[in-house]
Design a protein around this ligand. Structure first.
Ligand code: FES
Length: 95
């Protein structure tokens, strides 16, 4: 059975639950939180957000050029292709 993790979004002050292995953007959609997105393939960075607490992994690896070293150093992640490995606190980007 997949693990369920809780994700808190600080700007919208919403908490959702996500099954490990599922996209954070898609899980949010299913629970009434519409996060910014466009390509849904890890290419456009519209869905970028800061992971304040917790760990994620990518369902499929993002294009190595999609995130800059600065983004990675700042704990920025692409939520469309990310799935939680633990409970998370995320600072979502403005729409
Ligand atoms: S929606 Fe394009 S990178 Fe996530």
């Amino acid at each position: 059975m997949s693990k369920i993790h809780q994700i808190k979004f600080v700007k919208s002050n919403k908490v959702i639950t996500t099954e490990e292995g599922k996209s954070i953007v898609i899980s949010s959609d299913n629970q009434g939180l519409k996060l910014p997105r466009n390509c849904m393939q890890g290419m456009c960075t519209t869905c970028i957000a800061k992971i304040i607490e917790g760990r994620i992994r990518y369902i499929e690896e993002p294009d190595p050029d999609t995130l800059t070293k600065e983004d990675i150093d700042n704990n920025m992640a692409l939520l469309c292709i990310a799935t939680p490995l633990s409970d998370l606190v995320i600072e979502e980007s403005e729409d």
